[in-house]
Design a protein around this ligand. Sequence first.
Ligand code: GUN
Length: 299
Amino acid sequence: MAVILDGKSLANLIKEDLKKQVARLKEQGITPGLAAILVGEGEGSVTYVNSKQRACEKLGIYSQVHELSEDTTQEELTNLIINLNHQAHIHGILVQLPLPGHIDKYAVMDRIHKLKDVDGFRRYNQSRLYRGEDCFEPCTPKGILTLLDYYKIPIEGKHVVIVGRSDIIGKPLYHMMLKRNATITQCHSRTADLAGYTRQADILVAAIGKPRYITKDMVREGAVVIDVGINRAYETLDGHKKIVGDVDFDNVKNIASHITPVPYGVGPMTIVSLIQNTLKAAHIHSDLQKRQIGLASIQ
Ligand code: GUN
């Protein structure tokens, strides 16, 4: 039976430290502030933004949620971001994805001030990540690495197989694993013989969005399995909707060496990473303020 990588407990442990950091910032007259923008009412997005807001409140971080209607225009969204870029008490800005189809998400992301881009989705931060430079690292991949490090799971020299190539998880995780000297195979929906690759993984990351897609026969004995899936699958037995991952947990746990549960694995780590990035932004802004450098003078 695999060791369960308990993201919830680790997130709670890290939050204790973050609470102290927030208190220290407040002593210096700085209350870290995060603005989240939600366009439309996607079920997962609303839940996710609410969890982020709750976490902020618990830690003493100021948080705003801007709920915009599904038919918000590109211009309205851009204007809100420009406005938030100018507000000194907002240190981080997050635009919840996915956005409605009529909005150019890349153009939106690129309007977020580079020092408020706590999701790390702006082109500037993406290129720094690509180069291996210090940047705001996207929250889910950052949370995965924090979890692996806490459980002392080596990454260097290991074969990491990532199933998924999204801008939010698969692509940034590739670069972060490369920086840690892993050998990476990136698989996706068009990969031929997927199981042939997943069976070679020392660390297998499933970020596909298909319930229980990774079955026991696709996993090498002793592999570390990270499940990023949050699928609201219909459970026929009890008739309730239950959240399940991309991995067939009940069977895979018997052959993996370590595995993340869903829920309470990667999910809480994503939120903790967002808070870490918001505090990082608050520290950067505070240093600039001490040096009398205005954020507006930095492009
Ligand atoms: N949608 C799903 N995950 C994320 C995330 O980490 N950040 C944002 N902004 N949207 C998401």
